[in-house]
Design a protein around this ligand. Structure first.
Ligand code: GDP
Length: 481
């Protein structure tokens, strides 16, 4: 509990002047209204032959707890739900084309009354089962959602062009999916091209930790063409198969919790938001709250622009009726009435709270040892970038040797080239430190690192890196000047 000198003197029942004198004796020049720390309190009390009883403040309840917004469902309440899929991969390998082709060929003609529109997510039917695709491809979108605390993707489709093979962003995508623990299905795209070489892609993926099922591994790889539609049905079947194995479930019979996928201000209609429902069922007329924004759902449409009355788990819906434009990545809750919705929105405003990992919890080489000591950290996550492949590999080998009983060192992503935004987002979402050997962050990465408070360290000598990390793990890192 913070306490001022004056309050402390009162508590001790000692004249203020005497406390101040003792403080000066300890070398602390404090006026009566200054706050003194616990250790100083203990020392001063001891001088007066008294003992202090430090009362820790009660842990503040989160708004979710206070209003009982989220709670565990019972096993028997859980029902199977469709998988939510994100498409990732290197630029120009065909992510957008694949998403478009799936949308075009699998939105039933009977549904085509409504024209599919871009709302950030869409659902397709395959053999009467549904799959929801997030419509903004790329691992940056995927991880920036995670940054805000939302993990909505169940399966990642990694698109690799068969004529181009594994490229830097392919590797980034693999690291992003892996660090989020999201299973990967590979779509080897552009097989219609004469220069396509499926085996070469499999070989390159194997070198990067993904072994194809037909080669004895456990990664499903499906050759496809977004141009001719070849293989797409098989890809969708594989998604369903993977989803079945994941046993994805949610309770549809409760007030809804979802994530804002996209939001904008429509001139005529006001704030419009696409919600991906995660638990429960969102209904027309529900009172909802997301961050600062609250309101009653006064219109609800699906991805085909048809009016709907409700949306269950894993289904996207566009809603109208919110007071402000909410943030993409934030959670949205259905609550009992308008008053509760407004109270929560006001509280969120007051605490200026966002649904994201608190920046205070950031790891840095400086605070690493304290965190290990306090038992908060058992794993040090690193993103390692360097100028040449050989030195990156050598560096990783040496870093992994620093593993000890207290802390396990994991390299969640490594690569050749400058430190980019993708590295920072990944580090931020996984609470990792970024290490650059003979490479530097670009301007955007630097800005983002500052914003997200990610520790980025650049070096010119491998030995210095090893030394620093070793010292940090052992709590002997000299402070940087
Ligand atoms: P993205 O950057 O990953 O979203 O890639 P795009 O979907 O924009 O595709 C990049 C280019 O590759 C475009 O010119 C597409 O027409 C082309 N493309 C995508 N898929 C295929 C395919 O299966 N076969 C062929 N031949 N071209 C494709």
């Amino acid at each position: 509990m913070p306490i001022t000198v004056k309050e402390f003197a009162n508590e001790l029942n000692v004249p203020l002047a005497q406390v101040i004198t003792k403080l000066i004796g300890l070398g602390v020049m404090a006026s009566q209204n200054e706050i003194i720390d616990e250790d100083t309190c203990i020392l001063i009390a001891d001088e007066f032959g008294k003992e202090v009883n430090i009362v820790q403040p009660e842990e503040e309840k989160s708004i979710e707890e206070e209003f009982g917004l989220d709670f565990e469902d019972k096993e028997f309440q859980l029902k199977p739900r469709p998988p939510v899929v994100t498409v990732m991969g290197h630029v120009d390998h065909g992510k957008t084309s694949l998403l478009d082709e799936i949308k075009k060929s699998h939105v039933r003609t009977s549904e085509a009354g409504g024209i599919t529109q871009h709302i950030g997510a869409y659902t397709v039917n395959i053999d009467d089962k549904k799959v929801t695709f997030l419509d903004t491809p790329g691992h940056e979108a995927f991880t920036s959602m995670r940054l805000r605390g939302a993990q909505i993707t169940d399966i990642a489709i990694l698109v690799v062009a068969a004529d181009d093979g594994v490229m830097p962003q392919t590797l980034e995508a693999i690291s992003h999916a892996k660090s989020a623990n999201v299973p990967i299905i590979v779509a080897i795209n552009k097989i219609d091209k004469p220069s396509a070489n499926i085996d070469r892609v499999k070989q390159e993926l194997l070198e990067n930790g993904l072994l194809a099922e037909d080669w004895g591994g456990d990664t499903i790889m499906v050759p496809v063409s977004a141009k001719t539609s070849e293989g797409i049905d098989e890809l969708l079947e594989m998604i369903l198969l993977e989803a079945e194995m994941l046993e994805l479930k949610a309770n549809p019979n409760r007030r809804a919790i979802g994530t804002i996928i996209e939001a904008k201000l429509d001139k005529g209609k006001g704030p419009m938001a696409t919600v991906l429902v995660q638990k429960g069922t969102l209904r027309f007329g529900d009172n909802v709250v997301s961050g600062f924004s609250s309101g009653r759902i006064r219109a609800m449409t699906d991805d085909k622009n048809r009016t709907i009355k409700k949306a269950g788990p894993s289904m996207p819906a566009v809603i109208l009726g919110l007071s402000d434009v909410p943030n993409a990545g934030d959670l949205i809750y259905a609550v009992e009435d308008e008053k509760v919705a407004r109270t929560i929105a006001d509280k969120n405003k007051e605490s200026n709270r966002e649904n994201r990992i608190s920046l205070n919890n950031r790891v840095s080489l400086e605070n690493l040892f304290d965190r290990i000591k306090e038992g908060e950290m058992k794993e040090l996550n690193l993103v390692v970038k360097g100028d040449v492949k050989g030195s990156v590999e050598a560096l990783i080998q040496s870093l992994l040797k620093l593993d000890n009983e207290e802390v396990k060192i994991s390299v969640i992503h490594s690569g050749v080239g400058g430190i980019n935004e993708s590295d920072i987002t990944l580090a931020s979402a996984s609470n990792a430190i970024v290490i650059g050997f003979n490479v530097r962050p670009n301007i955007n990465a630097l800005d983002l690192a500052r914003e997200e408070d990610v520790d980025v360290r650049t070096y010119r000598v491998i030995y210095d890196i090893i030394n620093d990390v070793e010292a940090a793990v052992k709590g002997m890192l000299a402070p940087t000047i």
